[in-house]
Ligand binder design. Structure first.
Ligand SMILES: Cc1ncc(C[n+]2csc(CCOP(=O)(O)OP(=O)(O)O)c2C)c(N)n1
Ligand SMILES: [Mg+2]
Length: 391
């Protein structure tokens, strides 16, 4: 099995930005040098927090797979193997930034403050959409989107509003495509995967963001697979080069290296907020688990491919790095105990999640009463009444 599968022969171009080698030793690539300054203020306590976040989500991920097998979740989408890039990028975002995830950004959602049980709620089928994005506790983390690429359009529209608000505040109401950008208080991130790059939405989002110099950063996690379709089938060129063609600043990073994710995202978000236009990060990673609990990856990929990526496990790799910096057994033991308690609480919280209010599915579609929603609610009333009793 060649090292390039399923990414294709030229997937690393020229050398992805990374600060840690596969084992977790600090060994920046030549391409990392220009981003190294972004890490100067990151201290050991922050790095320990990143580790805690990654290891917590890893344990949560495993628990949710068990819960699905026990019939407590309808479906689960594992993120195992993708925690590294996600944790760095999520921590690089400022509190006021807005993040638009897909369905596999559990580390991102966790870092932004979304309760683990709320993430699982969608897969348990006890919410009509997810969490309340307007609740500050959810850190401007928008809802998981299962329609591939749809969130990239939401994100570019949102980023357009950010630049429009900034221009209006300066008394400039023009918003011509091709006009210079403007500094904004906040930026926007859209997350998606390699397969999703083939959706028109993603490409439209890039055209739109570049034309209006909207403060948007695309984070494309190239995890090798779109269900059973290898990444090489989606693109004959490294993905990030497409973004260069749209006029975005774009790089390829080692998506299992939290330091690379943090440094590049911080730089690109700062540029976006400074009115310098959108960016694109291709994070090379690997989906170690199944696409979802409905998928059997042994049907389409070899076990030695999976094993070769297990050796680059971002959680293990970051532990090695932290130990090099002086984190000791005590820290890792305490962290493991802390996570065990969190997971036990989370499991209980998931099993006792309340049923959603039936009418809320109609209430939040439009901001004002809408005749179609009214008609649908009336139909549901009649349908439920047709069963008789209190149902
Ligand atoms: C518009 C649309 N088409 C097809 C699907 C079915 N589908 C769900 S996930 C998936 C693969 C996505 O792969 P990728 O973008 O690489 O993300 P990953 O699952 O690897 O994180 C497909 C085809 C969908 N959800 N939405
Ligand atoms: Mg993928």
């Amino acid at each position: 099995m060649s090292d390039t599968t399923p990414f294709g022969p030229d997937w690393r171009d020229p050398e992805p930005i990374r600060f840690l080698d596969d084992e977790g030793r600090y060994a920046p690539s030549a391409t990392a040098a220009e981003f190294a300054a972004e890490l100067e203020d990151v201290d050991l306590d922050q790095l320990k927090q990143w580790y805690l976040d990654m290891a917590t989500v890893r344990a949560f991920d495993i628990e949710c797979t068990h819960l699905q097998r026990q019939g407590q979740l309808a479906l689960w989408a594992p993120s195992m193997g993708q925690e590294g890039g996600q944790v760095g990028i999520a921590h690089a975002a400022l509190p006021q930034d807005h993040l638009f995830p897909t369905y596999r950004e559990h580390t991102v959602a966790h870092v932004r403050g979304v309760q683990l049980s709320a993430i699982a709620g969608q897969f348990r089928g006890v919410t009509h959409g997810g969490w309340d994005v307007t609740d500050p506790a959810n850190g401007n983390c928008h809802l998981y989107t299962l329609v591939l690429g749809a969130q990239t359009q939401h994100a570019s529209g949102f980023a357009l509003s950010q630049v429009l608000d900034a221009k209006r505040a300066q008394g400039d109401s023009s918003l011509d495509p091709g006009a210079p950008g403007a500094p904004t208080e906040a930026a926007t991130i859209a997350f998606y995967g390699d397969g999703t790059t083939s959706q028109g939405d993603v490409n439209e989002s890039m055209v739109f963001a570049a034309s209006f110099q909207a403060p948007l950063v695309h984070v494309m996690q190239n995890n090798g697979w779109a269900i059973s379709v290898p990444a090489v089938r989606q693109s004959r060129t490294p993905f990030y080069r497409r973004a260069l063609g749209f006029g975005l600043r774009a790089v390829q990073i080692d998506g299992n290296d939290p330091l690379a994710g943090y440094a590049v995202a911080k730089r690109f978000l700062d540029a976006a907020r400074s009115g310098e236009g959108p960016g694109y990060i291709e994070a090379l990673t690997y989906r170690m688990g199944a696409h979802t609990t409905s998928d059997d990856p042994t049907r389409y990929r070899e076990s030695d491919e999976v094993e070769s990526w297990r050796e680059k496990d971002p959680v293990v790799r970051f532990e090695t790095y932290l130990r090099e910096l002086g984190a000791d057994d005590e820290f890792f033991e305490q962290t493991a105990a802390q996570i065990k308690a969190v997971i036990a609480e989370t499991r209980e919280a998931i099993l006792t999640l309340p049923e959603p209010d039936r009418d809320s599915m109609f209430a939040h579609v439009y901001s004002e009463p809408h005749p179609v929603m009214t008609a649908q609610r009336e139909w549901l009333d009649r349908y439920e009444a047709s069963f008789g009793g209190d149902a």
